[in-house]
Design a protein around this ligand. Sequence first.
Ligand code: 6R9
Length: 709
Amino acid sequence: MADDLDDVTDDETSESSEALIAVHWREEGYYPPPAKFVAQANASDPAIREQFTEDKFPDCFTAYADLLTWFKPWDTVLDTSNAPFWKWFVGGELNASYNCVDRHLADKANKAALIWVPEPESEAHQAITYRELYVRVNEFAAVLKELGLKAGDRITFHMPMIPELPVAMLAAARLGIIHSQVFAGFSGTAAGHRIADSGSTVLVTVDGYYRSGDLLDHKVKADEAVEAAAKEGQQVDKVLVFRRYPGRYSAKTPMVEGRDVFVDDLLAAHKGEIVEPVALKATDPLFLMYTSGTTGRPKGCQHSVGGYMSYVAGTSKYYQDIHPDDTYWCMADIGWITGHSYIVYGPLSLGTTSVIYEGTPNYPDPARPWRVAKQLGVNIFHTSPTSIRMLRKVGPDEPAKYDYHFKHMTTVGEPIEPEVWRWYYQTVGKGEAVIVDTWWQTETGGFLGSTLPAIDPMKPGSCGPMALGIYATILDEDANEVPAGSGKAGNICIRNPWPGVFQTIWGQPERFVSTYYAKYNKDPKSTDWHDWPYFAGDGAVQAADGYFRILGRVDDVINVAGHRLGTKELESAALTVPEIAEAAAVPVVDDIRGRVVEMYVSLKPGLDPSPEIEAKVRDAIVTDIGKIARPKNIWIVPDMPKTRSGKIMRRVIAATSNFADTGDITTLANPEVVEKIREQVQTAKRAKGEAPRELSETELHEIKSFGAE
Ligand code: 6R9
């Protein structure tokens, strides 16, 4: 990626032209949206597109901003004067918490805002009305205020899928405190890095939560997080601990005197307290969401109050087709951007009922989601290809046994195979539900590519056209446009700013520009948005019908079950093991999780490979990042294949792990090592029954060009 261009050698530049490959895939047939869906849809008139054509940009997006309640209207829709740090709705003032909670009290006070489904089926679900949400958000805001937190301060949450998480988010948002929620499955150390990067002095956590039938001790991770943050010079003064069962401590890890406090104890002093929502500038930050990139340091993507809220409200209305009377269930985790935008801020801003599920989809059996759907009357369902593949594998016939009816379903996070799409459509959706395959990113705040559900026909495997007001293009390495219907792939870019786009990388503005905008910008001084295409870091092809098909990352990021892991993060974790001299992470195609990680490591001189060293590497990765990053295999190899300039050729080992052709290796400094590694790895994999099925054209392309740029 652009921020690594300095050390690109000749070997790499010649390979990057591989981004421009011919992609042949079978053209899939179209599926029209069901008539019943069309009849009730928020957007059913194709004329809506005309309101968002390029000549109406940027004013077209006021239609999204108008879905919110503003304390003060904006003067300028889009200010480009400090390009590419776009400012939306300048002069406007609003509050996200007010928009998601207070404004619904007039007509929806007794309607459920959230329905929380605990993982144990013996525990009843809990409906939280908009009035109750109002009370809880205000009380927790009072706690935050008492701690001295104010607008512009940062606070880190390391919380699982319990209602206290959206309550805490909305309480922070009420005061303008910038929240940074770290996925609960990430390790304490990973949370600690993010605490340090954001400069948070308060960590909010919970004693325990259920995952696959176990009540996990989560508090232990807070201790690790505080320690990791301290190592980076960031002191955490307070750890606020919610209790999974109020009044009863569910963790084994002791509370730290003076630092750790139970939230239910603190709340007692603030019963019924009201904290007025702060009128924030539209351009003030709402939250940070960390994601992985090409370097080891995670990127804190900073999202704005006004632009972000407008964009998630607008896309929730037109693309999720949310009406206030719907029961909407997004099975993603709030620890990811999908949960922020499409469990919390989008749905609640529209006053709907949003379901939150604590546990794993297949607990205690793969029919759980369908029982929940039936019991709660869910009619909009949102999940990832990984979950769909898993439910299809372990319970292909379960949906038919349950009387639920979805009108709308979403898939997000990774490309979905047409076969898997068809099972989702026919079996989960019973042929009654429309599907949107939404392509977007942590950075983009909301959907970029998707069909308009009542207007555009669906095509399995393609996300469809770009969303309203998003003008995309596919560029080759020389910034030439790759035409639709050419069958060629390139880098997908968005030519224009949109309200949901992140404002910067927290504390790394240069990286923001170099990673996302420098690649195709020809005039760094320009304040004309036309000069700043947004480089998404995904490969894509556009068919003759205008539909986009996303092929996957073009950078060193591995998408495991829809979650981005940076190779550098994985490798630096492995390198914390004293025996390790070099480490390289590569993706391996996996039928359920899309991709999984395999690590290659070489040892310091004089050391011999051993299962203990392997275990140390595995533990280091789980400790530093979390279980999600646990490598499928760790290969201790005699040497890494390298270029003459000494760079590890990840594409060669990626090909080896995937039983693909290693391609041209004559330019390597040590070509002889390739055969040795192949013999070692593939023999061991065959013995474990891990030889993969034949790879598709696009999978092959990703593997063979992995780490090329
Ligand atoms: C929302 C989210 C972003 C990366 C993105 C792309 C992949 C997401 C996709 C998809 C194909 C889709 N991706 N949605 N690929 N089809 N519908 O997932 O954000 O975690 O930041 O990941 O995920 O590669 O660049 P994030």
